[in-house]
Design a protein around this ligand. Structure first.
Ligand code: ATP
Ligand code: MG
Length: 454
């Protein structure tokens, strides 16, 4: 369906025939595509990105919107973020924008802040030189790469042809160095240069190929796809935190289910991506996890936000359940649950490189689950006021839908949350559980003592 849409969009755009001009000075390998041909809808371009380009150009620098944003604009999608490329050095960019900061080690970039929006500005990269400021590992992976270069060199360093498109906000032209527009038109995701070398330089590009093709409905071009299977093991070399970030993008792309199926088809799962192993190697949990991912996809495609903590809580829930069962044989249920949660967080969150900022919320969502089974007395009212009630409830619904809990339990909470106070009272179950005994407070020793002093 996406392919058809693409063809439609491009058919419209190319009616004016691709009046592509060879560029003059310095850009002799680029095709220049004028606004009347590419027909980018300017209302989809963030004003922060335009202001960033203007700021740089007004100081005499070159500046272009680049990468995924131009690709998405050509496909008539609203880009989720905007990147700018320039010939100004990070220090020069930093000096121009009052609210900016230099970040990154592997690639030094500048974040320019406009209200709540951040525009990432990178200086044109030059050709990688292993004996210069660039550094590679034995397998050819680039670990430091801060050589600046020309616009043309920058285009060669990008991954796919569709990602090497540059939009000049002043002239409204798109510069196309590697026939990215033609590839997009043909529905193809094609690696720039020799795919094997490019994957060796950065194995994460294999994951990007799979993710972007699923997200954009593009087919991975044959030569771009061929080496992936052979080179999959190179992912072992990639630092866990980088893998984590890429997998997070994949899970939150709105196309997680398709991406996971594609990773499977490309043999990019077993033992390579710990986060994915968790998803695919738990027969009991798979249904639950796939439901959760489908649910996340639907939310994201409907323009709603999705909390990564919720997603990780779903990915590890069946591990927690397993550990909980074990602890329950020697401890009361609630302390046993806490022990299980801590064990899984210690074991898995470290292995998967899940940031600490996510684990606290994951624990809250898990800890709330037994409380949903208490439907008598004052407890359900108290649960409704929990700050994470909504996440806990959504989590419960997934458990019901996957068959782990009775559907009736989820339905009860759906009704209870919105019911009138009379209806709520009528809905409460008889309190048959063990009465909570108030522990008799021992008289504090100080009283005893003070009485003796009287
Ligand atoms: P998304 O829509 O997910 O943001 P994107 O292509 O914009 O996709 P980013 O991670 O935002 O992805 O990267 C911005 C641009 O930087 C890319 O379009 C590409 O030109 C370049 N890029 C990113 N990662 C790599 C990489 N590993 N190798 C080469 N170029 C890359
Ligand atoms: Mg992007």
């Amino acid at each position: 369906m996406i392919k058809k849409l693409l063809q439609k969009v491009f058919a419209k755009k190319t009616k004016a025939t691709l009046a592509i001009n060879q560029a003059d000075s310095g850009l002799n390998t680029a095709k220049r595509i004028p606004a009347k041909v590419h027909k980018i809808d300017k209302s989809l371009i963030s004003s922060a990105a335009l202001k960033t380009c203007e700021g740089l150009q007004s100081k005499g620098f070159e500046a272009f919107i680049v990468g995924g944003a131009v690709r998405d604009l050509l496909m008539n999608y609203k880009p989720k973020d905007f990147d700018v490329a320039t010939n100004a050095t990070p220090e020069e960019v930093y000096k121009i924008f009052r609210r900016s900061r230099i970040i990154g080690k592997r690639f030094r970039l500048v974040h320019v802040l406009w209200g709540s929006e951040t525009i990432e500005v990178s200086t044109f990269r030059g050709h990688h030189q292993a004996d210069g400021d660039g550094k590679t590992t034995d397998s050819g992976r680039i670990i430091r790469d801060n050589i600046f270069g020309s616009l043309e060199e920058d285009a060669v360093r990008r991954d796919f042809t569709a990602n090497a498109l540059y939009y000049n906000a002043a002239t409204e032209e798109v510069l196309d160095f590697h026939d990215g527009v033609a590839d997009l038109k043909a529905g193809l995701l094609r690696m720039i240069g020799d795919p094997t070398t490019r994957y060796q330089e950065d194995p994460v590009r294999m994951l990007r190929a799979v993710r972007l093709s699923a997200k954009l409905g593009l087919k991975i071009e044959k030569n771009t796809q061929l080496p992936i299977h052979k080179l999959a093991d190179l992912l072992h070399d990639v630092p866990p935190s980088r893998l984590f970030d890429e997998m997070l993008k994949l899970f939150l792309s709105g196309h997680a289910v398709e991406s996971i199926n594609a990773l499977r088809a490309q043999h990019l799962h077993h033992g390579l991506l710990p986060l994915l192993d968790v998803v695919l190697e738990q027969p009991l949990g798979e249904k639950f996890v796939m439901l959760a991912l489908k649910n996340t996809d639907n939310r994201i495609l409907a323009g709603k936000s999705s909390n990564p903590s919720f997603l990780f809580a779903t990915l590890l829930w069946h591990e927690v359940l397993k550990a909980w069962e074990t602890y329950k044989s020697s401890h009361p249920p609630i302390p046993a649950l806490y022990m299980a949660m801590n064990e899984i967080i210690d074991l898995q969150a470290k292995k998967l490189a899940i940031h600490n900022r996510f684990t606290a919320t994951m624990k809250e969502i898990w800890a709330m689950q037994p409380r949903f089974e208490q439907r008598a007395g004052k407890r359900p009212y108290a649960l409704l006021t929990h700050p994470r009630y909504r996440a806990g409830y959504d989590f419960l619904l997934l458990r019901c839908e996957s068959g782990e809990m009775p559907l009736e339990l989820g339905d009860w909470w759906t009704e209870f949350a919105d019911a009138s106070s009379e209806r709520r009272t009528a809905m409460l179950l008889p309190d048959t559980g063990p009465k909570k005994h108030r522990r008799k407070r021992k008289k504090p020793a100080i009283h005893v003592e003070s009485s003796t002093h009287e």
